[in-house]
Write a protein that binds this ligand. Structure first.
Ligand code: CP
Length: 360
């Protein structure tokens, strides 16, 4: 077996630090690059745009990139990426831009949509027409669910949805699961024994939190890895009709509760939480009753994921504990997004053979 180097440094300063090599080893150190080449020119609007086998290959490719000094090979040299953010972001925009810069792409950054013609009443359809000439791929965040359809009226370049209102946040879900696969690589095994499957806790309201929605949809698509989901939400209707349908179509058991976090917490292997929701054009905090602290009654090996930004629901007393997977989750975003950008921009063949060796 090829011996891969240790990561040069810890990418997150607090909490658990994950080693990508185990994920690659679980895939027999092979990556199906042909499957990733098939993504060239495609858009990624929702997690359903990718099948599970492709998601596994993207995560393995991300692990390889995390272990490789890829920058000097300049795989995206000559490519122009537009990051158009019509809604606030710390992690998503900057990790996409970091990913692109480290691959030698150029970035045209719109950190605040108000500086575009939108301030004068310009339509997203017209902006999409302009983007066709100005870049090779567009990463867009917008507070409206309908924004994807609006810009795609004219946009012909690949579009990466970086969050559309209460809709979806697909690359967030990919990096969430990339983190979980690094933590427990066996979760990629379609034949995983029933007693090894996760009992997942989700604290949040998927119907109004796009990251939680996308994470839940990917969890429901993996009955071989997830035995049960306990969903804790203050909302009387945490699932909308499309999510109810997704739950009904899944073999994963889902239990909804509006109380009793401390009763269910000791039985959970992993907890995904969020509290900030975009409702009616402004941010609101939901599910504040369910907060986690360093002294919460976790199972000994339980881990906590959070897309961040956080408020009081995720106390800083958790940061220095082994339950903290959320900083490793955020740190891994760069590599997962690099894998997505290289694939959608059709640049797999620019990853040099010396890096491809795992696939041989
Ligand atoms: N996880 C996430 O979407 O964070 P940002 O809002 O900072 O991009």
């Amino acid at each position: 077996m090829v011996k891969l180097p240790r990561p040069a440094r810890a990418l997150n300063s607090k909490g658990r630090v994950l080693d990508p090599r185990a994920l690659l080893a679980a895939g027999a150190n092979k990556i199906d690059f042909e499957r990733l080449e098939a993504l060239a020119g495609r858009s990624l609007l929702e997690v359903g745009d990718l099948d599970l086998a492709t998601i596994h290959e993207l995560c393995k490719f991300a692990a390889l990139l995390e272990l490789t000094e890829i920058a000097r090979h300049r795989p995206l040299a000559g490519k122009l990426i537009i990051t158009a953010f019509f809604e606030a972001s710390t992690r998503t925009r900057l990790s996409f831009e970091s990913a692109a810069a480290r691959l030698d792409a150029r970035v045209l950054s719109v950190p605040d949509g108000k500086v575009t013609g939108v301030a004068k009443g310009e339509s997203l359809a017209d902006i999409g027409e302009m983007f066709n000439s100005y870049g090779d791929l567009v990463v867009m965040r917008h507070p409206r669910v309908s924004a994807l359809d609006e810009i795609r009226t004219n946009l012909t370049r690949p579009l990466l949805n970086a969050g559309n209102g209460t809709g979806e946040h697909p690359t967030q879900a990919l990096l969430d699961w990339y983190c979980l696969f690094k933590w427990r690589p066996e979760l990629m095994d379609l034949g995983l024994a029933a007693d090894r499957r996760l009992h997942l806790g989700i604290i949040g309201t998927p119907a109004s939190m796009r990251a939680v929605r996308s994470f839940l949809l990917l969890a429901l698509a993996q009955p071989h890895a997830v035995a049960k989901i306990s969903l804790l939400s203050e909302s009387a209707r945490p699932l909308d009709d499309s999510l109810v349908a997704a739950v009904a179509a899944s073999e994963v058991e889902l239990e909804i509760s509006s109380s009793g976090l401390d009763e269910v917490l000791p039985s959970l292997d992993a907890i995904y939480m969020n509290s900030i929701a975009l409702l009616g054009g402004s941010y609101e905090e939901l599910d504040q009753r369910f907060s986690l602290r360093g002294d919460s009654p976790f199972a000994a090996k339980a881990v906590v994921l959070h897309p961040l930004a956080r408020k009081a629901e995720l106390d800083v007393s958790l940061d220095d504990t082994e339950h903290n997977l959320y900083f490793a989750q955020a740190a891994g975003a760069v590599f997962l997004r690099q894998a997505v950008l290289i694939s959608l921009l059709g640049a797999i063949d620019r990853v040099p053979a010396g890096v491809h060796y795992l696939a041989s």
